[in-house]
Design a protein around this ligand. Structure first.
Ligand SMILES: Nc1ncnc2c1ncn2[C@@H]1O[C@H](COP(=O)(O)OP(=O)(O)OP(=O)(O)O)[C@@H](O)[C@H]1O
Ligand SMILES: O=C(O)[C@H](O)COP(=O)(O)O
Length: 395
């Protein structure tokens, strides 16, 4: 990528102020239930420590609304990080600015790691407050942004601080932006995108941005119902967004305009109740009974989608094909994941439920890239410039 990275800096003895995205899920006992985001930051942390930097990590956790709240403390995350980094000394300080934090930074030896308390305990963080950004900047010599998952937020610790320090990307940020950026700007073809999830309205901009670029766009999940309704199918009790019918029509026209093939399901798995134990049956999309709803793509659609994926050289996927939380309606989603694993292609899974699905299927390691960003990867696929990326210096 055309941005400076941690490899462009001489680190020995310098203070690396690193924004990471340690916004990890936790249970009521404050145990981390998925540490993917912490592990994803390790290459940057070990590189910096290994090159003699004093490593100062800042992150948000949850949405504490500008107030200190122990439920959102990063202390358990710091402890978990120490468990992952047995050769490196990791300490924690229960604030993220001020004299106590400055003293903790002073006490660091080259190669040590310090985790600061949640930056969202200060209201200025989300307001991108200049004073807070400056207070962060005083803690480091160079700012490293490795928080791709938060790069769509213009906050004091993601964007504001970059005005006061030399700013470079960490390895995770570099990987996310270069793999997804390259796929969008210069894809190996055929380029196939698969979009699913509940609503068309959440993904309009993604579809608009992808249609001119892709060779084929496969649409599944609840959002496909709205397109199928526009095409004259009676979707019965299925989730259809009445407000998005015009939009769906325009997107179908846009596909024609760009000569991109837009594939919709031809059959679905239908049930009478939205329930895990509901009886289900396979129906052509034109043959739903009045009391049925479509909850997954059907076997013919799976075959058609798989054939597209099999022939592709680049595949990007965002959003499940059905209600994958219920095993009866998860086959379409898992079949897409399997097809991507088998394809001889660059395979990218962007954000949210599709990432959960590839993890459940145990195939995350077999994809070229699984993004650590939910909202951030969606905005990236929309073609937006992410403030956290824009703030990093160009090469
Ligand atoms: N046919 C369907 N009918 C109703 N709900 C559906 C259908 N297909 C998928 N869903 C639901 O859509 C939800 C996922 O939609 P969403 O748009 O949030 O996905 P996503 O792109 O992965 O988003 P996020 O990043 O917010 O997780 C899942 O909970 C799934 O059960
Ligand atoms: O989990 C995420 O998507 C990021 O950490 C950003 O969190 P936010 O939506 O609370 O800003």
């Amino acid at each position: 990528m055309a941005k400076k990275t941690i490899e462009d800096v001489q680190w020995q003895g310098k203070r690396a102020l690193v924004r990471v995205d340690f916004n990890v899920p936790m249970n009521d006992a404050l145990e981390i239930t998925d540490d993917t985001r912490i592990r994803a930051a390790l290459p940057t942390i070990t590189y910096l420590a290994g090159h003699g930097a004093k490593v100062i990590l800042m992150s948000h956790l949850g949405r504490p609304k500008g107030e200190r709240n122990e439920k959102y403390s990063l202390q358990p995350v710091a402890e978990h990080l120490q468990g992952l980094l047995s050769d490196i000394q990791v300490s924690f300080v229960d604030d993220c600015v001020g004299d106590k934090v400055k003293a903790a930074v002073e006490a660091l030896r080259d190669g040590d790691v310090l985790v600061l308390e949640n930056v969202r305990f200060y209201a200025g963080e989300e307001k991108n407050d200049k004073d807070l950004a400056q207070a962060f900047a005083e803690l480091g010599d160079v700012f490293v942004n490795d928080a791709f998952g938060t790069a769509h937020r213009a906050h004091a610790s993601t964007a504001g601080v970059a005005a006061y320090l030399p700013s470079v990307a960490g390895f995770l940020m570099e990987k996310e932006v270069s793999i997804m950026g390259e796929a969008l700007a210069n894809p190996k073809r055929p380029f196939v995108a698969i979009i699913g999830g509940a609503k068309v309205s959440d993904k309009i901009n993604v579809i608009e941005n992808l249609l001119p670029k892709v060779d084929a766009l496969l649409i599944g999940g609840g959002m496909a119902n709205t397109f199928l309704a526009v095409q004259g199918n009676d979707m019965a009790k299925s989730l259809v967004e009445a407000d998005a019918l015009d939009t769906a029509r325009k997107l179908l026209d846009l596909a024609k305009e760009h000569n991109s093939r837009l594939l919709l399901p031809t059959d679905v798995v239908a049930a009478k109740q939205f329930a895990a134990d509901a009886e289900y049956t396979v129906r052509k999309v034109s043959e739903l009974a009045p009391d049925e709803m479509a909850l997954d793509i059907g076997p013919d659609s799976i075959k058609a989608f798989q054939a597209e994926i099999k022939g592709a050289k680049t595949v990007i996927w965002n959003g499940p094909m059905g209600v994958f939380e219920m095993p009866a309606f998860a086959k379409g989603t898992f079949a897409i994941a399997e097809a991507m694993v088998e394809a001889d292609a660059t395979t990218i899974v962007g954000g949210g439920d599709s990432v959960a699905a590839v993890e459940q299927a145990g195939v995350a390691e077999k994809m070229s890239h699984v993004s650590t960003g939910g909202g951030a990867s969606l905005e990236f696929l929309e073609g937006k410039t992410l403030p956290g990326v824009a703030a990093i210096e160009d090469k």
